[in-house]
Design a protein around this ligand. Structure first.
Ligand code: CP
Length: 329
């Protein structure tokens, strides 16, 4: 696996989930695999879990880590062509190439603009890092997807598997600001590789990009969607059709213990950070019904198994080119 930007970069998704769960049991199993390799983590947006869990995962593999938040610690980066006489200081073409000189793998977090739909859906920023760094790229959440979160979520689902085909519901949640689609999109994308029943529920006007929502059955009636659910994934997102707009109202969509009464004793998932008593009742977060800490813990083995695969694939390429060199002389 050269790059990790979406589920389709993974040759065998169910196998990756199983391997991540296995690695969680023996986190020091490959503690020298990444020796003398450097990962550069570029955060163009804030992060707690992704930054810390990816750093920890890289440490567990013996890697060196360089981490920078470009909004607070680096130069303001330009992503467009043209004369740079504004506030940006350095073009991404130079910055990414420099990072490529220092690092063997580049991890990038780049949120969507939520104003330029085409630029966001085309993943302009992530693709520029891939093109100009010349190194394998690990997505730490891009404009459209958050694959490391999804892998951790799939691990959590597998760890809470009931002895039957489960009903998993992704429910939209209210929020005070416009939230990107990446986590919801990505969850849908990874659910395409699951055999569980999958239902997506949200108010009218908050349809996700069909590329992702085609993974499940859309049910606009939240109460009906929650009926007999075994797992409820709570997530807010802004409008995709009226791109980037916060849809005010719909406060009654918050998940509460009363709503969970319609379910099959469903566990609740949230990727965090969460707005308490806006998206999700705090009483649920404080109870064993919520799996948010298990999801957060799973971010480490998820990142670790992905980095392991990327390093292994890099080592194979190095071996292949040295074999070709030996063959040529
Ligand atoms: N869930 C998640 O990605 O958290 P951070 O934004 O804190 O990294």
């Amino acid at each position: 696996m050269k790059n990790f930007t979406c589920a389709y970069d993974v040759p065998d998704v169910p196998a990756l989930i199983r391997e991540a769960i296995q690695l969680k049991k023996d986190p020091f199993a490959f503690s020298s695999l990444g020796k003398n390799k450097t990962i550069g983590l570029i955060f163009m947006n804030p992060s707690l879990r992704t930054r810390m869990s990816t750093q920890k995962a890289a440490q567990l593999l013996g890697m060196n880590i360089l981490s920078v938040n470009t909004t607070t610690e680096g130069w303001a980066l330009e992503t467009n062509d043209g004369v740079m006489n504004g506030t940006t200081v350095e073009h991404i073409e130079e910055a990414a190439a420099v990072m490529g000189e220092y690092c063997d793998i580049i991890g990038v977090r780049s949120f969507p603009s939520l104003s330029d739909k085409l630029q966001d859906t085309n993943e302009k920023n992530l693709l520029q890092w891939m093109k100009y760094s010349g190194k394998p790229v690990l997505s730490l959440e891009s404009a459209t997807r958050h694959p490391l979160q999804s892998l951790a979520d799939m691990m959590t689902i597998a760890e809470n598997k009931k002895n039957k085909k489960m009903k998993i519901v992704l429910t939209w949640a209210p929020h005070v600001k416009a939230v990107p689609h990446a986590v919801a999109n990505s969850f849908c994308e990874w659910m395409k590789f699951s055999e569980e029943e999958f239902v997506i529920t949200h108010p009218h006007g908050l349809e996700l990009d069909e590329e992702f929502s085609s993974a499940g059955k859309i049910e606009y009636d939240q109460e009906k969607a929650l009926e007999d659910a075994d797992l409820v994934y709570v997530k807010s997102w802004c409008s995709f059709s009226d791109y980037g707009k916060l849809q005010e109202g719909n406060k009654e969509w918050m998940i509460t213990p009363e709503k969970l009464a319609h379910t099959n004793e469903a566990k609740v998932m949230h990727c965090l950070p969460v707005r308490r008593d806006v998206e999700l009742a705090s009483s649920i977060l404080k109870s064993s019904t919520s799996l948010h800490l298990q999801q957060a813990a799973n971010r480490v083995p998820a990142a670790q198994i992905v980095l392991k695969k990327m390093i292994t694939s890099m080592n194979k390429e190095i071996k292949h080119s040295s074999d070709e060199f030996i063959h040529a002389i």
